[in-house]
Design a protein around this ligand. Structure first.
Ligand code: NAD
Length: 492
């Protein structure tokens, strides 16, 4: 069994608690690693290291260009280690190796992009309305950033959060999910190898209610950037308010994927399948509410079921596998419970709906891709995030109804529209209340493209130029060129 240690101030150290969290391989069911259960004393150490590093000339006075070069070096190292890191992720989260490998090979782009942006953080000179003033703005880093991540793509979230945070000149303490911490702890060594000064990047594993909460409460943490469920996000938002911290929240979703009668139905069926069964539905943008125009409903369902029937469930390391296990036991039970809820609500189960076992997979955390039809929008299965391979299919008559159903949900993370009519596509991109709208595609991401939620799906944006602003604060500077001061009792 592998043993991991916390990464604080440039070295691996033991946790103060001496307690451990076991990491289970969701495919084999084996406990393959243990990671430290960090507590508030560990968070104190990590935040102190990050604060020192933030003020230390080795980081604070490093030119932005040099900061960017460190980031490029890190991107290269991640590229060289892509296979190893991808396999580690699979061991912890059970997602397909093929997907994790592709993710790891794309991952360096965040470091390259934000590395390039580091020395392009420019303030403005204001054409100020006073004859004797010279006024400008500076964009300055916030300080220590606490990055709390979810279990589905731990390393990708590090890139999304830490690349812009470090490009802006902050230092970070990462608190990965208690279920999938190994890869983040391993990643820390690459950050050191890239040449970042000690203390700039720290990782404290541990439970949310302990290490996570301590990071949120810490007075020396200037910002929390969080990816996880809306309920945890709400709690973190409330707690962070006590010390008036900056905050970004990337939360859950219940995204509508809308298929019109004029769409390329084969493409739309593929988009619907990848939208919900990719990553076994364990993605925040899962297209879990499939809205199908009633005129093509039956025909479209035939195509969808033909595709779903081909899904091969199995070992996530096998390149022929389409659907892997659910990452955690707790999440598996939640998925199964939602299938029961949907049946009780009167939704019609037309595919899957059963737990299943696969050869060699002793983890017993597999769920068949599952499709419910005759779902109405007031059912829990249409409104609540399942975070598993469970699709709800809803019918609509026309555009107005599609928009009404599409937006009638507390979340607003993403949406998909399948149509050949460009005017309809434009109307929908405007009308849908979601941070991302895909037209004739689904689950597309780029380091250049801002990503984030509306409504209960969160605050702030990751990726793109918008992301670096989340880690900067504006300072306004007034220089007076006046040679004498007017009457000090009267403000002019
Ligand atoms: P979670 O909310 O249970 O946990 C996320 C992280 O928060 C973990 O590191 C956990 O330890 C920590 N945490 C929990 N309670 C905390 C507290 N009170 N204080 C501080 N930290 C705390 O989420 P999860 O189950 O790991 O992830 C699944 C959820 O994440 C889903 O809702 C999914 O939609 C969402 N998600 C969102 C995005 C996005 O970019 N919008 C991406 C992936 C996942």
């Amino acid at each position: 069994m592998e043993t991991y240690r916390l990464f604080i101030d440039g070295e691996y150290v033991d946790s103060t608690s001496g307690k451990w969290i076991e990491s289970e391989d969701p495919y084999s069911g084996e406990v393959w690693a243990r990671v430290p259960s960090g507590n508030s004393a560990d968070v104190d150490r990590a935040v102190a290291a990050a604060k020192r590093a933030f003020e230390d000339p080795s980081w604070a006075e490093l030119s932005a260009t040099a900061r960017g070069k460190l980031m490029w070096k890190l991107g290269d190292l991640i590229n060289e280690n892509a296979d190893r890191l991808a396999a580690l992720e699979v061991r912890d989260n059970g997602k397909l190796f093929a997907e994790m490998k592709a993710q790891m090979l794309y991952h360096p782009e965040w470091w390259y992009y934000f590395g390039g942006l580091a020395d392009k953080i420019e303030g403005s000179i204001m054409p100020i309305d006073r004859k004797d003033a010279f006024s400008y703005t500076l964009y300055e880093p916030l300080g220590v950033v606490g990055a709390i991540t979810a279990w589905n793509s731990p390393l990708l979230f590090i890139a999304w959060k830490c690349a812009p945070a470090l490009a802006a000149g902050n230092t970070v303490v990462v608190k990965p999910s208690e279920f999938t911490s190994a890869s983040s702890l391993e990643y820390a060594m690459l950050v050191k190898e890239a040449g970042f000064p000690d203390g700039v990047f720290n990782v404290v594993s541990g439970y949310g209610a302990q290490a996570g909460a301590a990071l949120v409460d810490h007075p020396d943490v200037a910002k929390i950037t969080f990816t996880g469920s809306d309920l945890s996000g709400q709690k973190i938002y409330e707690n962070a308010a006590r010390s008036i911290k900056h905050i970004s929240l990337e939360l859950g979703g219940k995204s509508p994927n809308i298929v019109f009668e004029d769409a390329d139905l084969d493409m739309a069926a593929k988009g619907a399948v990848s939208g919900i069964f990719g990553a076994s539905g364990q993605t925040c943008v899962a297209g879990s509410r499939l809205l199908v125009q009633d005129s093509i409903h039956d025909e479209f369902m035939d195509r969808l079921l033909d595709l779903a029937k081909n899904a091969r469930i199995g070992n996530p390391m096998d390149k022929n596998t389409h659907v892997g296990p659910i990452t955690t036991r707790q999440q598996y039970e939640k998925v199964i419970s939602y299938i029961e809820i949907a049946k009780e609500e009167g939704a019609e189960l037309v595919f899957g709906g059963q737990p299943c076992t696969v050869p060699g997979g002793a983890g017993d955390q597999f769920v068949q891709p599952t499709i419910f039809t005759n779902v109405s929008n007031d059912m829990r299965i249409a409104q609540e995030e399942v975070f598993g391979p469970v699709l709800s299919v809803l019918k609509f008559k026309d555009e107005d109804e599609a928009i009404q159903i599409g937006n009638d949900v507390v979340y607003g993370l993403a949406a998909g529209v399948w149509t050949r009519d460009i005017r309809r596509a434009m109307r929908f991109t405007k009308a849908l209340k979601a941070g991302t709208v895909w037209v004739n595609t689904y689950r597309a991401f780029s380091y250049m493209m801002p990503f984030g939620g509306m409504k209960r799906s969160g605050l702030g944006r990751e990726s793109g130029v918008a992301a670096i602003r989340e880690y900067l604060q504006v300072k306004s500077v007034w220089l007076s060129t006046a040679t004498e001061l007017p009457n000090p009792f009267i403000i002019q």
